[in-house]
Design a protein around this ligand. Structure first.
Ligand SMILES: NC(=O)c1ccc[n+]([C@@H]2O[C@H](COP(=O)([O-])OP(=O)(O)OC[C@H]3O[C@@H](n4cnc5c(N)ncnc54)[C@H](O)[C@@H]3O)[C@@H](O)[C@H]2O)c1
Length: 225
């Protein structure tokens, strides 16, 4: 089951799954709304066992330091990036608890651990995703549900470029994202998907409550003076 606020995006993801031989259903939903999350859970229950939930939806508005971000934008970022994790996970709890070896994967970011200028609600939201992941892991362990997060660095998606350009980056700075000191390339979406695939696999059965950083070494590097 692939859900996205944008029906075309949901369908594109479902098509990719079908190309890989999996049955997939696409659904338009706003995961910051409880009613939509409950409807998704209900629909999923008609499709078979629900053993994996990935909370991926997120927005990353630029130019949103605390001096200029509006209260409305603050609330929206926190609703889409964090409240959605609570709402959709809660809606799916009964089904996940009934499955064997259930896993919830939450999408955090390196912004949970280090900051760029003017990105206050995004940084706050991703820090909260890491804390919520830890909390959910503690609370859901008795139900046999693992909860983990992935914290990617720069990934080659349209929203990366929109965010960087909005922060005033020029094309030279965008190519600097490919700094050889962190492996020299932006991650492809598949690089993050591979990490998620491992986290939900039996091989990761002892990984719980933690955020796995997948950033090509970005956080490992001290700035050069
Ligand atoms: N791209 C990066 O460099 C990067 C790095 C670290 C973390 N992330 C995180 O990875 C996730 C995916 O990012 P992306 O780069 O693929 O962004 P993207 O904008 O390409 O995809 C995000 C998707 O979420 C959907 N969405 C937004 N609000 C929604 C809502 N309320 N309900 C349902 N769907 C909604 C959008 O329609 C879009 O299809 C986000 O949580 C983002 O914060 C991205």
């Amino acid at each position: 089951m692939c859900a996205d606020r944008d029906p075309d995006a949901a369908e594109r993801t479902a098509s990719l799954a079908r190309e890989r031989g999996r049955a997939a259903t696409a659904r338009a939903a706003d995961v910051s709304r409880d009613a939509d999350c409950r409807e998704l859970a209900e629909l999923a229950s008609g499709l078979g066992e629900l053993a994996v939930l990935c909370n991926i939806a997120g927005i990353s508005p630029f130019a949103s330091g605390i001096a200029q971000v509006s209260e409305e934008l603050w609330d929206r970022v926190l609703a889409v990036n964090v409240k959605s994790v609570f709402l959709l996970s809660r809606a799916c709890l009964a089904q996940l608890g009934a499955a064997s070896d259930a896993v919830i994967v939450n999408m955090a970011s390196v912004h949970a651990f280090a900051s760029l200028p003017e990105s206050a609600p995004y940084a706050a939201s991703k820090g909260a995703v890491v804390a919520l992941t830890r909390q959910m892991a503690v609370d859901l362990a008795p139900s046999g549900i693992r909860v983990v997060a992935v914290a990617p660095g720069a990934v080659d998606t349209p929203s990366s470029y929109t965010s960087a350009l909005g922060l005033g980056a020029d094309s030279r700075e965008l190519s600097a994202l490919k700094d050889p000191h962190h492996l020299g390339w932006l991650a492809a979406p598949d690089d993050v998907a591979e990490v998620v695939a491992w986290l939900v696999s039996p091989g990761a059965r002892f990984v719980n409550g933690t955020a796995l950083v997948a950033d090509g070494g970005m956080l490992a590097q001290l700035p050069r003076s």
